[in-house]
Ligand binder design. Structure first.
Ligand code: G1P
Length: 296
């Protein structure tokens, strides 16, 4: 009987150079979409996918992330005294969202190195990985797609294999992603076997148009694979290199995600997220539409 997947690792140690100067003093994962930090959406997606324990792989200067998910009794009390019960309830909910455990990545040696830092906390069970600069708002009940991580946990539970979320991208963007190699150029069903990966190839060298987006479910053997990985692209310990060793052993599945996705480390996608989220809020939508239509 395959294990249920209750833990998710969220690497948050990165410096967020794409977000400078904002990220000079504030963790990039705290960047807000309207009034909610990006990390909130990522943790919420994990919870909606059945995750009970979040493992932050963190670093110096990132404590705002742990504080965000802490209880805030004084603030809640002040809000209640002022009769602001809705806000107080929301803060109370944040403080109880899930158990957060932090481990440190002491040197910035790459995504694979960050995941390996969580080895002892993860233990010998399958686990999810969510990259926090990508948000998928489709967990919203108004939207029909399951949260990306939930799609992966279901496939990994039924097959006993590791699975990764991928999306078809514009081929000219391949050098921003890990790109996968499959048996066919297109998906024939919901998932395909991954034959291998190439980290950030030029379009000419990309093995397909499918990019690894920031959601993964790994069987515990990924940790042994990671500990064998030598520095790869950019001199870093790459997660994709460890994934390659899964491909040549038990196997790795790619799941074709159809969800809406925003890479909030990309300025234009960050702006699109602000607009799309505002358009979904009844109290902002009409005002925003009329403001934009009045502008030349
Ligand atoms: C990382 C991974 C890459 C993946 C990407 C998804 O790259 O190394 O394989 O496609 O996340 O966002 P990064 O964006 O951290 O450079």
């Amino acid at each position: 009987m395959p294990h249920s997947i209750k833990k998710a690792v969220i690497p948050v140690a990165g410096w967020g150079t794409r977000g400078l100067p904002f990220t000079k003093e504030v963790p990039k994962e705290m960047i807000p979409i309207l009034d909610i930090p990006a990390i909130h959406f990522v943790v919420e997606e994990a919870i909606h996918s059945g995750i009970e324990q979040i493992i932050f792989v963190t670093a110096r200067g990132k404590s705002a992330l742990e504080d965000y998910f802490d209880d805030s009794p004084y603030l809640i009390e002040i809000l209640r005294k002022k009769g602001k019960h809705e806000q107080a309830d929301f803060l109370q909910k944040i403080g109880k969202m899930c158990e957060i455990i932090s481990v440190r990545q002491k040197e910035p040696k790459g995504l694979g190195h960050a995941i390996l830092a969580a080895k002892n906390v993860v233990g010998n069970e399958p686990f999810g990985v969510c990259l926090a600069d990508e948000i998928f708002p489709s967990w919203d009940p108004r939207n029909k797609s399951l949260p990306p991580l939930k799609q992966l946990t279901e496939i990994s539970k039924s097959t006993g294999l590791s699975s990764i979320g991928v999306m078809e991208i514009d081929p000219k963007d391949s050098s921003s992603y890990g790109m996968i190699r499959m048996e066919t150029p297109k998906f024939r069903g919901i998932y395909e076997k991954v034959l291998g990966t190439v980290e950030k190839p030029t379009p000419e060298k990309s093995p397909s148009n499918y990019a690894v987006v920031g959601r993964y479910v790994f069987q515990p053997e990924i940790m042994a694979a990671l500990s064998e990985v030598k520095p790869g692209f950019g001199g870093e310990i790459q997660l994709t290199d460890a994934m390659d060793s899964l491909c040549s052993n038990k196997g790795l599945l790619a799941v074709d995600l159809k969800n809406e996705r925003y890479d909030v480390g990309n300025l234009f996608q960050f702006l699109k997220a602000q607009i799309d989220f505002a358009l979904k809020k009844p109290e902002l939508s009409d005002k925003l539409k009329s403001y934009l239509s009045d502008r030349k």
